[in-house]
Write a protein that binds this ligand. Structure first.
Ligand SMILES: Cc1cc2nc3c(=O)[nH]c(=O)nc-3n(C[C@H](O)[C@H](O)[C@H](O)COP(=O)(O)O)c2cc1C
Length: 130
């Protein structure tokens, strides 16, 4: 099964990914991003308006630029809050553009059952296409 790599500043994204069973979840943080991936994964990123939290986007960028990680990244799930309007899921959208990775889905906070289903489906898609 493809893996999940995620960042979580206040725990919402961690709660979201913990709803998925049968796959490994790897948390990255500013002190823990030099992880070499050797299998496909989806990157799940909460959003922090870039001028508020450049550290979040830099951590993801440093992780993606570690070893061959970009080639194993099959896309992004963006967490956020729709009250941020045009900035909804800005972090994942920015990474998707910068690294030319598919933006697979956007969700709020710790995700609804439909968001969980979507992540399960995308993990299975990767498995079948590998
Ligand atoms: C300081 C701050 C800035 C945020 N900026 C955005 C934003 O620009 N866009 C967005 O969609 N959500 C934004 N959010 C909402 C978070 O992305 C959302 O609460 C997310 O679930 C947090 O995930 P985490 O608990 O895993 O860190 C912001 C939240 C905070 C506290």
């Amino acid at each position: 099964m493809a893996k999940i790599v995620y960042y979580s500043q206040t725990g919402q994204t961690r709660k979201f990914v913990e709803k998925i069973s049968h796959t490994e979840k790897i948390e990255i943080s500013p002190n823990h991003f030099e992880i070499e991936m050797s299998e496909s994964f989806i990157l799940v990123m909460p959003s922090y308006e870039t001028n508020v939290h450049p550290i979040v986007i830099d951590t993801a960028a440093d992780f993606l630029e570690t070893a061959d990680n970009i080639s194993y990244c099959k896309g992004l799930f963006g967490g956020g809050n729709r009250n941020f309007a045009e900035l909804f899921c800005i972090t994942a959208k920015t990474l998707s553009k910068e690294y030319d990775l598919p933006m697979l889905h956007a969700f709020e906070f710790q995700g609804s059952p439909l968001d969980v289903k979507k992540l399960e489906e995308e993990l299975l898609n990767i498995e079948h296409n590998n």
